[in-house]
Design a protein around this ligand. Structure first.
Ligand code: ADP
Ligand code: NI
Length: 214
């Protein structure tokens, strides 16, 4: 479909040179996973595809905290494409309300399309790929891998979470291990189970190696 391929071109252009955990391939994985979940759970396919493709087009953490830029880019683009305003608004609503750090401010009774794209984004944050992305982001931020005396901070406010320069291992406790229980759909919960177990196994091995007595 013409609109989807134009959207892909826009996303690739905007994410050229992005941090490797939030690059085009992250978007492609989330897009494909969203479609897999949609096959089982239903929902409007066009809204899901557009929201998945556009959801990280201007992540505030890579744009000096600007929380309005993404909506503006998406609004301009979809208006230019003459997309039905109702669909456009639904896509923008998803992009504005699906983020982990905004989860406490999100409205209730979220639409199925949001739940599906959010689940796909969260699935890409866990398992082997989640581990790889998290260490890449930690390296990008020059954060420590691990520090035995710095413990995870649970229940951080959005501001604390954004500012956090804790260790990458702590990010598992502050976010990654929580995601399994925050998923919306049964399909995503099934996909998450082995990914979650793999992270637990990774952490166990990590501590075994750190504490090795030679
Ligand atoms: P969202 O964009 O849904 O609000 P985040 O921005 O918190 O989610 O995180 C997206 C991904 O970026 C995480 O799943 C993780 O891989 C990486 N990431 C974010 N914050 C950190 C951090 N402090 N340490 C390591 N990785 C992080
Ligand atoms: Ni994402």
């Amino acid at each position: 479909m013409e609109l989807i391929s134009k959207t892909i071109d826009l996303v690739k252009e905007k994410l050229d040179g992005a941090e490797a955990g939030h690059d085009w391939f992250h978007i492609e994985r989330v897009w494909k996973l969203s479609l897999k979940i949609q096959e089982k759970e239903g929902g409007d396919k066009l809204i899901i595809e557009l929201a998945a493709l556009l959801h990280d087009i201007a992540d505030p953490k890579f744009h000096n905290g600007d929380e309005t830029l993404a909506s503006k880019i998406v609004n301009d683009f979809l208006t230019e494409q003459n997309l039905d305003p109702d669909i456009r608004e639904k896509v923008i609503f998803i992009i504005e309300n699906m983020s982990f750090k905004n989860r406490n401010d999100a409205p209730e009774n979220l639409p199925l399309e949001l739940k599906i794209v959010q689940d796909a984004d969260r699935l890409d944050a866990i398992g082997a790929i989640g581990i790889a992305r998290t260490f890449n982001f930690g390296g990008y931020k020059n954060n420590l891998i691990y520090h035995p005396d710095i413990s995870p901070k649970l229940n951080q406010t959005k501001e604390e979470y954004k500012k956090s320069n804790g260790t990458t291992i702590n990010h598992f406790y502050e976010k990654l291990l929580l995601l399994k229980d925050l998923l919306n759909t049964d399909t995503a919960k099934r996909i998450a189970e082995p990914r979650h177990q793999f992270m637990l196994q990774f952490l166990e091995e990590f501590y075994n190696e750190w504490n090795v007595n030679l």
